[in-house]
Design a protein around this ligand. Structure first.
Ligand code: UDP
Length: 406
């Protein structure tokens, strides 16, 4: 595991000094994160990296995952889609199943933190314990809730309003709330297995393992098999590109324990691919960070054709590897991809195909976009910036009374 000083050459030693200084003000405080899955998806990805660094700078931190059965995650997945603004039928049964699951985790979850940092809607009900336990409570929303299903949003508001503060990834993702709101963009760890520099032989080995020849340029989308990531749309765009620019498509992803739909989506993708030898549909087990790193680095272009998106960490990862990216203008992607500067944005299958062709035909242009993207990530979306903003958030919560007195 890298230590804080290893980040010096990437972000500068002054940044690290500042982190140590801020952390010094939080000595003796315990931060407890709670979410709904230990693997799969962006939230787990970030927590795996942030928590060891918090510990290293002396801010005690722990991470608990709520337990839930298939029915509970069926209900929370419906909430997730509905909050993103996707059409979703939300019957009274969905709320009942959700509350039943919440009742279970309310009984079981140990609350150890001085600050309780609750991620996304699944564990949101934990704040009911605030009256009993006191402490400071933060609700961290990783979803773009700018256009939520009104009934689901109103239901969640009962809980959100009890928190001391909320955190959104971008001002454009949030809603008016009676509690304090903080804007903190997510981040990637440049030294993790998924993002660190790797030798060319490792890339070759991984491609060999997945039986992907390097005879043609490779276009890749790495994502959980989720309809909102539009893997079937990716195949359709790829087929349009094939008419003029031969390439291979890699669609790689796994499943998350809190997503019951992924197996079905994987099946739909396999049917759409129809055993095309140029399409490689890979079921990647969790923890395959080095493999994902290698697949991203082997790509001529990285695609992220999401219909809805939270922040889109896969885009950050690709940009950090200086890859030219074609991505939908959804969720946090436009914060990362400035069209024609650090990648190309698209709004449809046809748009994705057009952008892909442009990049495959103009390697010099593609290279420039990738380099701009890497610099943009260095400035804005690395772990150290994230750590700093969370430390400032904790400090501001701990000192709310002082601020009010001022
Ligand atoms: N990821 C992974 N394995 C997979 C698919 C995705 O490790 O099979 C990682 C991916 O590299 C990224 C994160 O999970 O770090 C996905 O985050 P993103 O914000 O792109 O989407 P989310 O899954 O949270 O909607």
């Amino acid at each position: 595991m890298p230590s804080l000083s290893d980040y010096g050459p990437i972000v500068g030693t002054q940044t690290l000094e500042e982190l140590r200084l801020l952390a010094g003000q939080l000595q003796g405080k315990m931060i407890q994160h709670v979410n709904s899955t230990a693997v799969g998806g962006g939230v787990a990805e970030i927590l795996h990296r942030l928590i060891p660094l918090f510990k290293e700078i002396g801010v005690e931190s722990c991470w608990e995952v709520i337990k839930g059965g298939e029915r509970f995650f069926w209900a929370t997945k419906k909430f997730h889609n509905a909050l993103h603004g996707s059409p979703e039928e939300i019957t009274p049964e969905v709320f009942d199943v959700y509350l039943q699951g919440a009742g279970e985790y309310l009984k079981e979850m140990p609350l150890k933190g001085d600050i309780l940092f609750i991620h996304d809607p699944q564990p949101i009900v934990l704040v009911e314990k605030k009256k009993e336990t006191g402490r400071k409570w933060i609700w961290r929303c990783h979803i773009d809730v700018s256009n939520p299903h009104p009934e689901v949003w109103n239901f969640l508001r009962r809980y959100i309003d009890q928190y001391d503060a909320s955190v959104f990834s971008s001002p454009a993702f949030s809603q008016p709330l009676p509690i304090r709101q903080f804007m903190v963009a997510p981040s990637i760890d440049p030294l993790s297995e998924k993002n660190r520099e790797i030798p060319e032989e490792t890339i070759t080995e991984v491609l060999r393992k997945y039986e992907i020849p390097r005879d043609l340029p490779i276009v890749t989308q790495i994502s959980r098999f989720d309809r909102l990531k539009d893997p079937v749309g990716v195949i359709k765009a790829f087929r349009m590109v094939q008419k003029t620019s031969r390439c291979r498509l890699v669609l790689g992803g796994g499943t998350a324990t809190d997503d019951p739909e992924s197996n079905q989506v994987l099946e739909e993708v396999r049917q759409e691919a129809d055993k095309d030898p140029l399409i490689h549909v890979l079921l990647i087990p969790s923890g395959s960070d080095l493999e994902i790193n290698a697949l991203q680095r082997a790509s001529a272009v990285v695609l992220q054709k999401s219909l809805k998106e939270g922040f889109g960490l896969t885009v950050t990862e690709a940009l950090w590897k200086a890859k030219p990216v074609v991505a939908s203008a959804a969720g946090g992607i436009p914060l990362q991809v400035a069209h024609k500067y650090s990648g190309l944005l698209c709004h449809s299958i046809e748009g994705a195909a057009y952008a892909l062709k442009q990049l495959l035909h103009n390697p010099g242009y593609a290279k420039r976009l990738g380099e701009n993207g890497r610099e943009h990530v260095r400035q804005n979306f690395l772990l150290t910036r994230h750590l700093r903003e969370y430390l400032l958030l904790f400090l501001s919560l701990e000192h709310t009374e002082d601020l009010i007195r001022l």
